[in-house]
Design a protein around this ligand. Structure first.
Ligand SMILES: Cc1cc2nc3c(=O)[nH]c(=O)nc-3n(C[C@H](O)[C@H](O)[C@H](O)COP(=O)(O)OP(=O)(O)OC[C@H]3O[C@@H](n4cnc5c(N)ncnc54)[C@H](O)[C@@H]3O)c2cc1C
Length: 359
């Protein structure tokens, strides 16, 4: 059994701590966040696992890493004590008449970069058979079968319960810089332990690691959560939009999350009127039943992104940074964490996915 210190308890810190516990190790967690995870990007996210629709406009690695995570998610979720909402009926991509050119461009690119059969073109009849309420407003769609979304709040809650029972988990002031000295002081203050006892320290602070990672930037995203009893969609929906990749991600009991805007900024202030209007009109344009939906929440957070928008594992003198998950923490998390566990087990200096190097 090894002993690890994980700093940061958002999406990656939680998942990693849990996998370490599942592998029989001991984990201490230190985070400025509360146990619900309300200060993390992962708590706000739409939690789409969309390897193929994302790969249309990104590098091929996005698809490879994402497909690996898509394979792992159902296996991992089965190991949690509570059932987590996980919907894998695929994504329907649609556009309104005014954005038809966007859809045509997207489709041309999909034909160019994806394998044959990666998506199916649906006419109105076929769309009616797959998602009848969507066919009321759209006469065609692209169907990407191998995509999913999950209920991130349920996931955070369940992981939080497991970790509270099995880890020493302390809430602290934001950790500014990680050095051997600062870690020694933090572990003494928070766990009454010497840092020498840890086999590795792993930094999962997301945006909070910017003081230590010069090339890390924050990218603001805004989402809206609604309860819409008059709408029942069974698929994730990507709506073509001139500025943002907008996804509608279903949640249990007719709840939906629509997001997200993409703004190069570390601004964590509330949702702007302009973004709120855009998100609400996108919702209403998908289904008239959203008119009577109740707004549960409008929230914003920032994604932690590196210059290539890809995740990274960086080894430093005191441990590791796991960061750069950008728009894809749910899409990349399981694959990258599995790679990282192999590194910790001394099984490899190579990773299958992401990037791994010393700083
Ligand atoms: C609006 C929005 C929509 C998104 N939608 C999707 C999606 O559909 N699919 C997808 O795959 N990804 C999505 N993402 C991206 C995903 O949420 C992130 O990639 C992921 O959360 C990154 O995980 P992380 O653990 O690195 O950071 P976080 O989840 O932000 O966690 C970081 C944790 O560290 C803590 N912390 C921060 N600073 C400090 C400090 N100084 N000291 C101690 N603790 C600290 C924080 O409080 C937090 O708990 C979305 C993100 C946003 C903002």
């Amino acid at each position: 059994m090894k002993q690890y210190l994980v700093i940061g308890s958002g999406l990656i810190g939680r998942l990693l701590s849990w996998r370490l516990i599942q592998a029989g190790h001991a984990v201490d967690i230190l985070s400025s966040d509360d146990k619900q995870g309300t200060d993390s990007a992962g708590y706000v996210a739409a939690a789409m696992i969309a390897p193929v629709t994302e790969a249309v406009t990104a590098e091929a690695k996005v698809r490879d890493i994402g497909m690996q995570s898509l394979k792992l998610w159902p296996q991992w979720l089965k190991e949690l004590p509570e059932q987590i909402f996980y919907q894998n009926h695929g994504t329907l991509v649609v556009a309104h008449a005014g954005d038809k050119a966007e859809l045509d461009r997207y489709q041309r690119r999909a034909n160019h970069v994806l394998d044959k059969g990666a998506f199916e073109q649906l006419d109105q009849q076929q769309l009616t058979e797959r998602e009848s309420e969507l066919a009321e407003n759209f006469d065609q769609a692209m169907l990407f079968e191998h995509e999913a979304c999950l209920d991130n709040r349920q996931l955070f809650q369940s992981l939080g319960n497991v970790l509270s029972d099995s880890c020493d988990w302390q809430q602290c002031e934001p950790v500014e810089h990680l050095t051997e000295q600062s870690i020694a002081q933090l572990t003494l203050e928070n766990f009454d332990k010497s840092s020498d006892g840890y086999d590795a320290v792993i930094d999962c602070r997301g945006n909070g690691a910017r003081p230590d990672l010069a090339d890390l930037r924050s990218v603001r995203g805004e989402v809206i959560r609604v309860h819409a009893p008059e709408v029942s969609f069974n698929h994730c929906i990507r709506l073509m939009h001139p500025r943002y990749p907008l996804y509608l991600a279903p949640r249990p009991n007719n709840e939906y999350v629509l997001g997200a805007t993409v703004v190069e900024s570390d601004d964590r202030s509330p949702v702007s009127v302009r973004s709120g209007l855009e998100l609400m009109s996108a919702l209403y344009s998908l289904h008239k039943g959203f008119a009577e939906a109740r707004i549960l929440e409008m929230s914003s957070h920032c994604r932690p992104g590196l210059s290539n928008n890809m995740p990274t594992i960086k080894r430093s003198s005191w441990g590791f940074h796991l960061n750069g998950f950008y728009r894809h923490g749910y899409l990349f998390g399981p694959a990258i964490i599995t790679d990282f566990l192999n590194i910790l087990n001394d099984q490899t200096e190579q990773v299958s996915f992401g990037e791994y190097y010393d700083i």
